[in-house]
Design a protein around this ligand. Structure first.
Ligand SMILES: Cc1cn([C@H]2C[C@H](O)[C@@H](COP(=O)(O)OP(=O)(O)OP(=O)(O)O)O2)c(=O)[nH]c1=O
Length: 202
């Protein structure tokens, strides 16, 4: 085994959740630099294509030669319909009315830029099924503030947890960063954090 290279890691994110999730994997970025990009979907862009494009753009926006850069993007969709990142209680309530009693997809774009110029991008797909929500549950949650700033207007790690009957895929992806895939991509491009690297079966 060759000695580990230790190029710095930049997390291209303003999301405290992404930082916390990385810390769970024993990875502490050397720098956190939010990427201020336009997140408007392109005409006819699919949810998966949007998540992947935004993750790539965020990573490229802040990447510096000689560093690893990691970025993610979460898109909540019902079929081809992309739900907004909720800006206020009304958005949260509109999203929950759509999500109530139905299944939706969570598309998690991931992008890693390596110090040697290589890039890796992928999308992780998860699915969540919501219970049927009462008007009072919707209004209570919308005014609690928990869903504001979240894709699809809810946070599975917060007060919306009891709304989720079932998930398929990756819990950490729904929270904001698919950890298995993120760590695999980083280590695949040569990042060494000192923490365990993924191995064996998924
Ligand atoms: C569905 C869901 C989304 N979210 C969050 C994760 C993301 O932070 C957010 C989706 O917006 P993103 O644009 O993916 O991320 P962000 O704007 O918060 O941060 P940045 O672009 O700087 O990295 O929704 C949850 O926290 N829990 C959930 O259950």
């Amino acid at each position: 085994m060759t000695p580990a290279t230790r190029a710095p890691l930049i997390l291209a994110s303003a999301s405290p959740r992404r930082l916390d999730l990385l810390a769970q994997a024993g990875i502490v970025p050397d720098e956190v630099r939010p990427a201020d990009i336009d997140e408007t979907p392109l005409k006819d862009e699919t949810p998966a294509a949007l998540a992947e494009r935004l993750a790539r753009e965020k990573a490229l926006h802040v990447h510096k030669a000689g560093s690893f850069t990691l970025a993610g993007d979460t898109v909540v969709a019902m079929g081809r319909r992309i739900l907004p990142k909720a800006g206020d209680a009304t958005d949260v309530s509109d999203c929950l009315k759509l999500l109530s009693g139905r299944a939706h997809q969570v598309l998690s774009g991931l992008a890693v830029c390596a110090p040697d110029g290589r890039n890796s991008v992928r999308t992780v797909r998860s699915r969540a099924l919501f219970k049927r929500l009462t008007n009072s549950e919707i209004e209570h949650y919308a005014h609690a503030g928990d869903g504001v700033g979240k894709a699809g207007g809810y946070a599975i790690q917060g007060q919306a947890a009891p709304f989720v009957r079932r998930i398929n895929g990756s819990y950490t992806a729904i929270v904001g960063l698919p950890l298995y895939e993120a760590v695999s991509m980083l280590t695949g491009l040569g990042y060494r954090s000192g923490a365990t690297s993924p191995s064996g079966a998924e």
